[in-house]
Unconditional design. Structure first.
Length: 232
C-alpha cells in the first residue's frame, strides 16, 4: 500500500502547478502599496513573497533607491525565483497574478550579463558564422535554432530537423538529448550537421550581444547566430 501511495503522489505532482526556480529579467516596482516584479517573458506581475529573506529584501531596496528618481518608477532587474500562482493572497497582493519567491538578485539589467530563460524563449536564430568563417548557404538551407515554451529546442541543421529540451546551468546551454531526423545529406552539409550536433550537446557557454544575436562557445568551436524571429 505504501508503494502504491508513493506512485499516486508521483503521478499527481506535475498537476499541482508548482513552478521551477528560474532566472527572470523584468521590471521591479516598490512603493507604499506596491512590491511587484513583472517578468518580460509574459504580461503578468507578481507580488514579492512576504517570506522573502531579509537580505534579499534589503538588496531590492538598495537597488531600487539607487536606480530610480521618482516614486513607483520601475527598474529592470535580473533575478532568480519561483512563480507561485496557487497560494492564497490577501491585501494588495491579491490584485496580482501570484507570488514570486525570490532567492537571488543578480543586479540591474544593464549591468548584468546573466542569461535568463526569457532571453531565449520564443526567439529564433539563423547560423551565420562557425569558427570565424561565414556559413555559405542559401536562405532556405541555413541552419536555424529556436527556443520555445518550457525551453523546448527545435532547429534545422541545413539538412535535418532537430529537437530537444534545453536548460541553463549558469551561462551554459545544456541540451543533453538533441535528436535529429534521418535524411541522407550531401558530404559538405553532413559535416556541418555533425559539427553542429556535437557543438550544441557539449553544453556551450552562451552569450547575447546588444542586438540579441547568440554566441555559443563549447571550448572547441564558436558559433554565431543572428536573431531572426518569425514575422507576426
Amino acid at each position: 500500500m505504501k508503494s502504491r501511495t508513493i506512485l499516486i503522489l508521483l503521478i499527481l505532482l506535475p498537476l499541482t502547478g508548482v513552478a521551477e526556480t528560474l532566472r527572470y529579467r523584468g521590471d521591479y516596482t516598490l512603493g507604499h502599496e506596491v512590491n511587484t516584479f513583472c517578468p518580460e517573458i509574459n504580461s503578468q506581475c507578481y507580488w514579492i513573497h512576504p517570506g522573502t529573506h531579509d537580505a534579499v529584501k534589503a538588496h531590492f531596496t538598495t537597488l531600487y533607491e539607487s536606480n530610480t528618481s521618482k516614486p513607483y518608477e520601475p527598474v529592470c532587474l535580473v533575478l532568480q525565483g519561483r512563480i507561485d500562482r496557487e497560494s492564497s493572497r490577501s491585501g494588495f497582493a491579491a490584485d496580482y497574478d501570484g507570488y514570486i519567491h525570490v532567492r537571488r538578485i543578480f543586479g540591474i539589467c544593464s549591468e548584468s550579463d546573466v542569461i535568463t530563460q526569457g532571453d531565449l524563449q520564443h526567439h529564433r536564430w539563423i547560423l551565420t558564422m562557425m569558427d570565424g568563417r561565414k556559413v555559405q548557404r542559401t536562405p532556405d538551407d541555413l541552419p536555424w535554432l529556436e527556443v520555445g515554451e518550457a525551453m523546448h529546442v527545435s532547429g534545422f541543421t541545413g539538412c535535418n530537423q532537430m529537437h530537444g529540451k534545453a536548460s541553463l546551468r549558469g551561462n551554459l546551454l545544456v541540451v543533453p538529448n538533441l535528436a535529429t531526423s534521418r535524411k541522407a545529406c550531401p558530404a559538405g552539409v553532413s559535416s556541418l550537421e555533425t559539427m553542429l550536433v556535437k557543438h550544441l550537446t557539449r553544453s556551450p557557454q552562451i552569450s547575447l550581444d546588444a542586438a540579441r544575436n547568440l554566441i555559443l562557445d563549447d571550448g572547441h568551436s564558436v558559433s554565431r547566430w543572428q536573431l531572426n524571429d518569425w514575422k507576426k
